[in-house]
Design a protein around this ligand. Structure first.
Ligand SMILES: Cc1cc2nc3c(=O)[nH]c(=O)nc-3n(C[C@H](O)[C@H](O)[C@H](O)COP(=O)(O)OP(=O)(O)OC[C@H]3O[C@@H](n4cnc5c(N)ncnc54)[C@H](O)[C@@H]3O)c2cc1C
Length: 501
């Protein structure tokens, strides 16, 4: 039994991280804990972050959120994956789709059969076996758990939404008896003598807010974890060279794509995120290779609709806090680290950080055993996502600009070297432990960016050629039919979750 249970949690920050944390802790811990959230309207939130990955549906379910209601409130649309353009070579395009591809047969993954087939038919398209891709190609969407009464998996989806509105939506769902919001600016942090735990924070109003556990959701500045505890930050800029973004919205255009578009540019890449009321756009770039003015001009020259407002610059250092949990302070969101939004992982990292914290929820002593385990798991998660992102830059044949030549020639972490060698040599991909991205995610980026395996699994040769043709042909037909049966994405949104209705 715990002699010193946590009774007061203080969250500093009311961006997506702050409100997700408040909502999830309140739901999980109930009235046993009082939560105080402090946010400063004067400082504001980062205000970008519109694309998500399917795991977000788990927390929405945990919070009892009705999906259509949430999408109405956040101007949301559905996301089937990320379309990556011009990364491997100029002119290349593929979808990193969330759904499965094909069906495993026997003991080996589907792609080994496809690799065998491609030797006979070089035009054989991996994505013909991906339901999400076939639906995305025609801008269709439906909630479809599986393909009819077949063993084929159905649509896997996430959302595009206005992250500011999502934060507000979560805020409204917090029980005011558990979560108290305070508008105010934290100006000082008091550490306890002896063990250096955070004792309290002081607001500009003079008010002192004490707590047992402090959650730092203060954004890039890391007010508690860095400002007060000097935890240190590990930069990964040498592997992920982009360090700035320019963001601007434009008018919504047709069609309403059910996917995020990412297009490589001369010194980075551009995102386009379709919402109901507008399209979010941004250029992520390396300041070593592109000035802010050039970035702004590139972005404005590549919008699909009339610009709304002025391009807004953002600066960041890719990497992670050396310890996301230090003493009685846990950093979540941008305060814990940042990796560029190419695979929309930041909001997910908030969610998984909160789940991990709940799994290891401490008492007031914050046993270093729990703290170390949290930090170990967090590091593994960040590093495996980092390696997946590096793959998008490293796997390129582009040599048209200094930026892409730098990416193609850079050294990469040993784990990624091993993954690439296994795939090149044997067509093998192994998901490590609980890493976020699955075999099928790695497969799509590797094939989509022209990493060519020299071999496939020997067991894929066991089928007769006619059996293989039948197996693949049946899947293509079922996937194609299922995709064609879905409504247009814009129509689906209009019927189910139109904002303002
Ligand atoms: C260019 C870019 C694109 C992105 N795109 C995506 C994406 O597509 N998908 C995705 O998942 N994520 C994306 N992200 C990340 C996403 O925006 C963040 O993970 C998310 O918004 C969480 O931010 P946050 O709450 O940690 O920080 P912030 O939004 O910066 O919030 C910080 C909070 O702390 C408060 N605060 C700060 N200092 C004080 C103080 N002294 N006193 C009181 N309060 C204070 C502020 O008022 C604010 O409420 C992107 C990020 C960037 C930079």
């Amino acid at each position: 039994m715990h002699a010193a249970p946590i009774q007061h949690v203080v969250i500093v920050g009311g961006g997506t991280a702050g409100w997700m944390t408040a909502a999830l802790l309140a739901r999980a811990l109930g009235k046993a804990v009082r939560i105080r959230l402090i946010e400063s309207d004067e400082i504001g939130i980062v205000g970008v972050g519109e694309a998500t990955i399917p795991q977000i549906r788990h927390i929405n379910a945990f919070l009892g959120i009705d999906e259509d209601d949430m999408l109405k409130a956040t101007q949301g649309t559905f996301k089937l994956g990320v379309q990556l353009n011009d990364f491997g070579r100029l002119g290349d395009s593929y979808l990193h789709a969330f759904s499965d591809i094909g069906l495993p047969l026997g003991l080996i993954g589907f792609h080994h059969y496809w690799l065998r087939q491609r030797q006979h038919d070089p035009s054989s398209d991996l994505w013909a076996y991906s339901l999400n891709t076939q639906a995305a190609n025609e801008h269709r969407f439906a909630r479809m758990d599986k393909v009819g009464d077949t063993p084929l998996g159905g649509i896997k989806y996430a959302y595009h939404f206005d992250a500011g509105l999502y934060g507000q939506y979560l805020r409204k769902r917090c029980d005011p008896a558990v979560v108290t919001r305070t508008e105010g600016k934290v100006v000082a942090v008091k550490l306890r003598e002896g063990d250096g735990f955070i004792e309290s924070v002081q607001l500009a109003s003079g008010e002192i807010v004490a707590g047992d556990l402090f959650i730092d959701c203060s954004g890039f500045r890391g007010l508690l974890i860095e400002g007060a505890l000097h935890t240190g930050y590990e930069s990964w800029q040498h592997w992920l060279p982009c360090d700035r973004a320019m963001a601007v919205a434009c008018a919504r255009s047709e069609p309403l794509w059910p996917y995020t578009r990412a297009t490589a540019r001369t010194a980075g890449w551009q995102w386009r995120v379709p919402l109901q009321h507008r399209t979010g756009n941004g250029l992520v770039y390396a300041s070593k290779h592109l000035s802010d003015d050039e970035a702004s001009a590139t972005l404005l020259a590549n919008l699909d609709g009339e610009v709304i407002g002025e391009p807004r610059p953002l600066r960041f250092t890719t990497g992670m806090r050396r310890k996301a949990w230090q003493r009685n302070c846990v950093a979540l969101g941008l305060a814990a680290g940042f990796m560029e939004p190419l695979e929309s992982t930041s909001i997910h990292l908030i969610q998984s950080g909160i789940s991990r914290l709940l799994a290891m929820f401490p008492d007031r002593h914050c046993d270093p055993l729990l703290v170390d385990e949290y930090n170990r798991q967090t590091r593994f998660e960040y590093e495996s996502i980092r390696d997946f992102l590096i793959l998008h830059y490293k796997a390129t044949e582009r040599d048209d600009t200094p930026f892409w030549r730098q990416c193609a020639g850079m050294d990469i972490p040993p784990g990624l070297v091993r993954k690439l060698a296994l795939f090149r040599g044997h067509g093998q991909i192994f998901r490590e432990r609980e890493e976020l991205f699955t075999e099928v995610a790695w497969l799509q980026v590797m094939i989509g960016q022209r990493i060519e395996p020299q071999a496939y699994h020997p067991l894929a040769d066991v089928l007769e050629q006619a059996q293989l043709d039948g197996f693949l042909g049946d899947i293509r037909t079922l996937v194609g039919r299922a995709a064609a049966s879905m409504p247009d994405h814009a129509r689906f949104v209009a019927e189910h979750c139109l904002a303002g209705i």
